[in-house]
Design a protein around this ligand. Structure first.
Ligand code: PMV
Length: 312
């Protein structure tokens, strides 16, 4: 029997290592966090968002997912504790939770691999280019790696697009304390991904940096495996420097990263950059929160190891 209304929730995520380079098939690590996005969908012959009529042409993620299920309209209600366009996965969590809620509404099975594929496709269409890092993390929860060595983690699924293939695995991330610093600057992902694409297309130096981010990420995975927080912190900071050279950081992010380093093992921007958020790995969360606030950011400590998408 199909229901008339259903809801699903997906967590947000932080990218620990490898953003941007992962778009070109390099390895990356992301962790689900205790911020979430909830979609409630109800059968309706008018397309509405939070009670207001909308055109799907302005909501590409929603449009792609509804089209996949042959649905022309429904009443969609969203609730989120993930700041939008902050690098913390709000659009991936929207896509993943919407896919699960629509599946429940249509009486289809709730299959995480299918949801991850569908959410990735929605991101790809909306962004023009994307990796399945965010969408697989929000769907699976916990910690995930893309294209890590075979002996690290449990294989979940494989996703391919054009010339890239990503092997996605669940990895064990030991208890660690992460503080997020949100710059308050809204930075959509698509233009930053496009900026890196253009840089890489005209400059072999950019391709070298992308390769180096891949190498650094592999070192970071080994540090996670050994629960070596000091080494992981150093690698995060190195990754931030490489991302800055790639042109995706900004003064506000650099200010929060540098300030946090006094009390952290390491810190870096997280997500596409250009604003959005940074993350610090620390055992002094109070001091990191204070310094982030002092430098104009909005800090919050996140819990990790949270579960992935689920229907409620
Ligand atoms: O800023 P976010 O949360 O959308 O993260 C994007 C991560 C990128 O590597 C920059 C793009 C991608 O699709 O992997």
């Amino acid at each position: 029997m199909t229901a008339n209304i259903s809801s699903a929730v997906s967590p947000g995520k932080l990218i620990l290592l490898g953003e941007h380079a992962v778009v070109y098939g390099k390895p990356a690590v992301a962790i689900a966090i205790d911020r979430s996005f909830k979609c409630t969908v109800e059968k309706s012959n008018r397309m509405t968002l939070n009670g207001n009529p909308i055109s799907l042409d302005y909501h590409p993620h929603v449009k792609t997912i509804l089209k996949t299920h042959g649905i022309e309209s429904l009443a969609l209600t969203t609730e989120s504790t993930i700041p939008a366009t902050s690098g913390l996965g709000s659009s991936a969590a929207l896509s993943s939770s919407l896919s699960a809620a629509v599946r429940k509404l249509a009486g289809e099975k709730i299959d995480k691999e299918e949801i991850a594929n569908e959410a990735f496709n929605a991101e790809y269409v909306a962004q023009g280019r994307a990796s399945p890092l965010d969408t697989s993390c929000c769907t699976n929860g916990k910690g995930i790696s893309l294209n890590c060595p075979d002996n690290m983690g449990e294989h979940l699924w494989t996703i391919s697009k054009e010339s890239n293939t990503w092997n996605i695995s669940e990895i064990h991330v030991p208890e660690m304390t992460f503080v997020i610093g949100y710059t308050g600057i809204k930075a959509p992902t698509g233009p930053l991904v496009e900026k890196v694409r253009r840089y890489r297309a005209r400059n072999t130096f950019a391709a070298d940096i992308i390769n180096e981010i891949g190498d650094v990420t592999l070192e970071g995975m080994k540090a996670i495996d050994k629960n070596d927080v000091e080494q992981l912190g150093r690698i995060m900071t190195k990754d931030h420097k490489l991302l800055s050279i790639l042109g995706v950081s900004c003064n506000e992010l650099n200010k929060l990263v540098n300030a946090s380093l006094d009390y952290s093992y390491g810190a870096k921007l997280t997500g596409s950059g250009g604003g959005g958020s940074m993350v610090a790995l620390t055992d002094k969360p109070k001091e990191v929160c204070d310094t982030i606030r002092l430098h104009g950011g909005e800090p919050f400590v996140v819990k990790t190891n949270v579960e992935g998408v689920h229907v409620i």
